[in-house]
Write a protein that binds this ligand. Structure first.
Ligand code: FES
Length: 95
């Protein structure tokens, strides 16, 4: 899995109990709820710019590290989760 994702790519995590996605930015890994808080739209339809993900629908941006809103029209943060990488395996800590 680790080698399958290039820098700046996102991927939906199938079979997760919530809409979940992971993203790689250089050697950092991020996991986040794959749902824009503006109008419930999958963030994986958008793009990654540095450590921000941008919603494709209306352009809201969120920090991948903290989930905080970086650009409107969203006003609520997304949930982000700790990620552990061991070898080729990515583990996400869900609450
Ligand atoms: S649904 Fe994401 S910005 Fe509107």
């Amino acid at each position: 899995m680790v080698r399958e994702l290039a820098d700046g790519e996102m991927r939906v995590v199938a079979d997760a109990p919530i809409p979940l996605a992971i993203c790689r930015v250089k050697d950092e890994w991020f996991a986040f709820e794959n749902n824009c808080t503006h109008e419930d739209f999958p963030l994986t339809e958008g793009g990654v710019d540095g450590t921000e993900v941008e919603c494709a629908l209306h352009g809201a941006r969120f920090c991948l590290r903290t989930g905080e809103v970086r650009a409107f029209p969203a006003s609520c943060p997304i949930r982000v989760f700790p990620v552990h990488v061991e070898g080729d395996v990515i583990q996400v800590e869900l609450p």
